[in-house]
Ligand binder design. Structure first.
Ligand code: NPW
Ligand code: K
Length: 466
């Protein structure tokens, strides 16, 4: 099941709603601390623990954790450089009731628990706190972050400071954007979420789950299963890769509109001549334009013709450098096409759309989706799928071996196939399926593959969704 990904404001609203319906902050903190202690116990198995507690409710969670681990028989020390400044944290410290050290000198043990700052961190740590955090992390064998590592900005995953590496991060109540976004996410290692009974949380982002994909119906034929057209351009290799991936991703028929005389495998139908002719086939369910397109006059014409054809599009690569919101939004009626930018292309889309580059990757992908009136796959190690209505899906971290030339062409090919096969025409679902299949194909391909091998693994990835 998908998990919500919740901003600090959304968390606060959920907390307030829980309090309004009769649950105290102390009770929420108790559940958070008890749940986190359970995870730490699994990791530490009774070894000595040092808990670093900050002044806010993250520190309050730390005192609750310390008390629960002590109750279970672990030897626990608490280091707190600042006194608690919330009622709930003060009460948690009083319940801990044992000694608290202000410095790291006497702290020893094997497991370090960072409850210094959580979602309330508003700026970089002071040099003293920074030193304390790193010294403690270095002195212990394992480190656990409570809710977030201290030094991470919850809503966008930015790092205020260098942070130590953690073996476990226990997210409280819900995942936060920093648990899934770069640069923070790779520092967190294993992330586990504790349910603290917040009830219904209003959220606009969630994690990506494995999709369920139906096998073709028993009376299916090549057209009913989805006809995907890949529009080629100046560099035929990229569109061929995309076409190969589209075949693996379940399209019944993949055509390549190209006048290039490169060697096209016999199982891909090449349609040459005027692009209008290829696009005029009413049986086409979706088309892909961008991989290997080029950015010259001819590329612009091919893009314009594709946009004018009124077919759902996947727009990738070079096409993302020359497209404008006027083309996607105003020259067509409501468009549920899919744009697949990497970071550089996302910045181009922002520039061409007159948008500022600000906020988290979630905010940026949403803004581009809204401005261009399309679904956006903001791809990268922390891929986000965004809809113009603000809904976002965050992909789990994919294998870093996917950072290979042609990987994006494969994703675009998968996307056009899923868009062509989607019976209810849902571009957002098609985009989510594509992102999942692409990452899974990367896992199946293993280490150090070329993009052609990745395209060949899409079929096996699809099998895992049937
Ligand atoms: N939401 C929920 O439902 C639940 C949330 N829970 C927990 O609460 C956490 C959020 O708690 P929180 O809001 O008290 O913030 P937290 O991270 O403890 O820090 C705030 C304190 O730090 C201070 N401060 C900030 N930056 C600083 C800096 N660089 N250097 C020095 N000081 C700095 C800031 O002071 P100020 O900025 O005013 O100076 C304030 O005193 C959340 O992550 C989770 O663990 C659970 O208990 C269960 C229910
Ligand atoms: K923390």
């Amino acid at each position: 099941m998908a998990d919500p990904v919740v901003t600090a404001d959304e968390m606060r609203a959920a907390e307030e709603a829980a309090i309004a319906s009769g649950t105290s902050v102390e009770e929420l903190m108790h559940r958070a601390g008890e749940g986190a202690a359970e995870w730490i116990w699994r990791l530490c198995g009774g070894r000595a623990v040092t808990v670093l507690c900050g002044p806010g409710n993250n520190g309050g969670d730390g005192y609750v954790i310390a008390r629960h681990l002590r109750q279970r028989g672990a030897s626990v020390s608490v280091v707190a450089p600042l006194a608690p400044d919330t009622d709930a944290a003060r009460a948690a410290r009083a319940d801990w009731g044992d000694s608290v050290s202000e410095s790291w000198d006497e702290a020893g043990g094997e497991v370090f628990v960072d409850a210094l700052f959580g979602t309330g961190l508003s700026r970089g740590l002071s040099p003293e706190h920074q030193q304390l955090l790193h010294r403690l992390a270095n002195r212990h064998v394992n480190s656990v972050a409570i809710d977030l590592p201290s030094g991470v900005s919850s809503d966008d995953g930015a790092l205020f400071d260098d942070i130590p590496s953690y073996d476990l991060t226990v997210a409280l109540g819900a995942l936060k954007p920093a648990h899934v976004l770069l640069p923070a996410a790779p520092h967190l290692s294993m992330v586990r979420c504790v349910d603290i009974g917040l009830g219904d949380i209003h959220y606009r982002a969630e994690t990506l789950d494995r999709p369920q994909i139906a096998a073709p119906k028993s009376d299916a034929h090549k057209y009913s299963r989805g006809l995907a057209l890949v529009v080629g351009g100046a560099m035929p290799g990229a569109s061929l890769l995309a076409a190969r991936a589209a075949q693996g991703a379940g399209a019944g028929f993949v055509q390549l509109a190209s006048n290039e005389a490169g060697a096209v495998p016999h199982d891909i139908v090449q349609i040459d001549g005027e692009l209008e002719h290829a696009l005029s086939d009413e049986r086409i369910d979706a088309a892909l334009i961008g991989p290997g397109l080029g950015r010259d006059q001819d590329a612009s014409h091919r893009l314009q013709r594709s946009l004018a054809a009124g077919i759902p599009l996947v727009i990738d690569g070079d096409a993302l450098r020359i497209i404008t919101p006027a083309a996607t939004r105003f020259e067509r009626e409501w468009d549920d096409s899919i744009l697949t930018p990497h970071e550089g292309e996302l910045a181009s889309l922002e520039e061409n759309g007159g948008l500022e580059k600000r906020g988290s990757k979630l905010d940026r992908a949403r803004r581009v989706a809204d401005t261009y009136g399309t679904i956006v796959i903001a791809k990268g190690p922390d891929t986000i799928i965004a809809s113009p209505d603000g809904h976002c899906v965050c992909a789990p971290r994919s294998p870093s071996w996917l950072s290979v030339a042609g990987s994006g062409d494969v994703l675009a090919g998968i996307a056009v196939a899923r868009r062509a096969t989607s019976e209810d025409g849902d571009a957002f679902d098609a985009a989510c399926e594509a992102v999942w299949l692409h990452a899974e194909a990367g896992r199946i391909a293993g280490a150090s593959f070329a993009a052609g091998e990745l395209a060949n693994c899409v079929r096996a990835a699809l099998e895992r969704c049937l």
